[in-house]
Design a protein around this ligand. Structure first.
Ligand code: NAP
Length: 415
């Protein structure tokens, strides 16, 4: 039993556990949530209603989520005088699966980002961002229906490791001098220094997760996106290690692009997952010009950062993009946009990002039927042009609704 300093764990419900290397989900899992700052409470209220209704509709009371509120950000600071209480981290660690709204990052420091803290504590090494279009949602491209991709972005290394020193600092000067004396590398003395580590271990576990996901969901291909033509021993190694995982661990169910050409007459053998790779810059062209050829993407941190947002723009933008940070078993699902503070408490913004993150969470629990209900309800709303302001302003003939009204409309259309 988990004992926390200031919070009381719900008396009802059970903990999700890990047994024999598998997640074991009870019918009444306790799931910690952070509603978030700014518009967080609005989109959380809507999302929670939608998820609960979907679970009820799918399982008729046999299953339900026991929500457990934990705190971070402004609400935590207000209630407990701390931006990130230890209880919150312990709850996410103990219960394995959690969900969160957006949080304010106070300017001027003093608050370690919750995302970073959780990522490090729980080793959430994969940032997963599915990108699909819903019929009716305005898009800047002519064929958004061809976009259906899932980006797996490495979360723990690459330049996001944060190893950097400003120009002129003693550290930067020492590194510059060391490079000169040890390796004969000449850098301008006024250079800032950043270090980009990419390891075999972290690359392989990310690609392994992406391949497993692709196989489980019967996706057609996995694309390793890298900049290996320029950064050979980081980005280029990502490509090599990625292919190694595919061949050594999934050789019987995968086929590489080279093998398709040399052994299979240019056709992917039925039932095999195609493994291919693209250079990062050309990938941005491919996702626009032939999105139908790209399915699951595995990539490093910086490439994944750019690519996820560019893809989100193709299918309706920031209010629509869900995301999750996932480790071997731990997973935290979240809205990918910020707190949009100017709309706080106006019951106005689009809850879809958080709601679709909730759908990812239901899928992660193995509650596919409930996940499908939410998708069905949202699809119907968008088809009928029942949308929040952000989409309404881009559509002809839309019926603009509030956040809470959108939730009700989704629930009414779940079937
Ligand atoms: P933001 O909150 O994402 O908002 C930027 C703009 O995006 C909004 O003004 C709005 O555009 C649109 N938008 C965002 N969420 C929307 C939604 N649910 N529905 C419809 N439109 C939405 O970005 P920001 O203003 O740069 O950041 C505000 C705060 O959030 C900062 O403290 C930042 O640190 C934090 N933040 C947190 C996270 C996180 O917790 N994961 C992520 C990013 C930022 P219009 O004005 O055009 O309507």
């Amino acid at each position: 039993m988990l004992t926390l300093e200031r919070l009381t764990v719900p008396k009802e419900g059970h903990r999700i556990e890990v047994k024999d290397g598998r997640l074991v989900v009870p019918d009444d899992p306790i799931i910690p949530f952070i509603e978030g700052d700014g518009t967080g409470p609005d989109i959380w209220r809507a999302t929670r209603r939608i998820l609960d209704a979907a679970v009820q509709a799918a399982y008729g009371g046999k299953r339900r989520i026991v929500w457990f509120e934990v705190y971070a950000g402004e609400k935590a600071n207000h209630e407990f005088g701390e931006w990130l209480p230890a209880d919150t981290l312990r709850a996410f660690e103990h219960f394995y699966v959690g969900i969160k709204g957006p949080l304010t990052t106070p300017v001027g420091g003093g608050f370690r980002s919750l995302n970073v803290a959780l990522r490090q504590l729980l080793d959430l090494y994969a940032c997963i961002r599915p990108v699909r279009w819903f019929e009716g949602v305005p898009s800047p491209v002519r064929h958004p229906e061809k976009v259906d991709m899932v980006v797996f972005r490495e979360n723990t290394e690459d330049i996001y490791k944060g190893i950097e020193w400003p120009a002129g600092s003693p550290e930067a000067r020492r590194v510059i001098e060391w490079l000169r004396s040890e390796f004969g590398v000449e850098l301008r003395p006024d250079s800032g220094i950043g270090i980009k580590p990419m390891s075999e271990f972290c690359t392989k576990r990310l690609v392994r997760k992406a391949i497993r996901y692709a196989l489980d969901r019967k996706r057609r291909n996995i694309t390793l996106v890298h900049k290996g033509n320029i950064m050979k021993y980081t980005e280029g190694a990502f490509r090599e290690w990625g292919y190694q995982v595919a061949q050594e661990e999934f050789g019987d169910v995968t086929v590489t692009w080279d093998e398709v050409q040399t052994k299979h007459g240019g056709q992917v053998p039925p039932g095999k997952l195609l493994v291919q790779d693209f250079i990062a810059d050309i990938t941005f062209q491919h996702v626009l010009t032939r999105p139908q050829d790209i399915d699951v993407i595995a990539t490093g941190n910086l490439n994944g950062d750019y690519l996820s947002d560019a893809l989100a723009a193709q299918v309706g933008g920031i209010g629509m993009a869900p995301g999750a940070n996932v480790g071997d078993f731990h997973a935290v699902f979240e809205a990918t946009h910020g707190t949009a503070p100017k709309y706080a408490n106006l019951d106005k913004v689009n809850p879809s990002s958080l709601t679709l993150s909730g759908v990812m969470m239901l899928e992660y629990l193995g509650w596919e039927e409930a996940a499908q209900r939410v998708i069905r309800g949202m699809e119907a709303c968008f088809r009928e042009k029942i949308v929040t302001y952000d989409l309404a302003r881009l559509m002809d003939g839309a019926r603009e609704v509030r956040t809470s009204e959108f939730a009700t409309a989704v629930i009414d259309r779940m079937g």
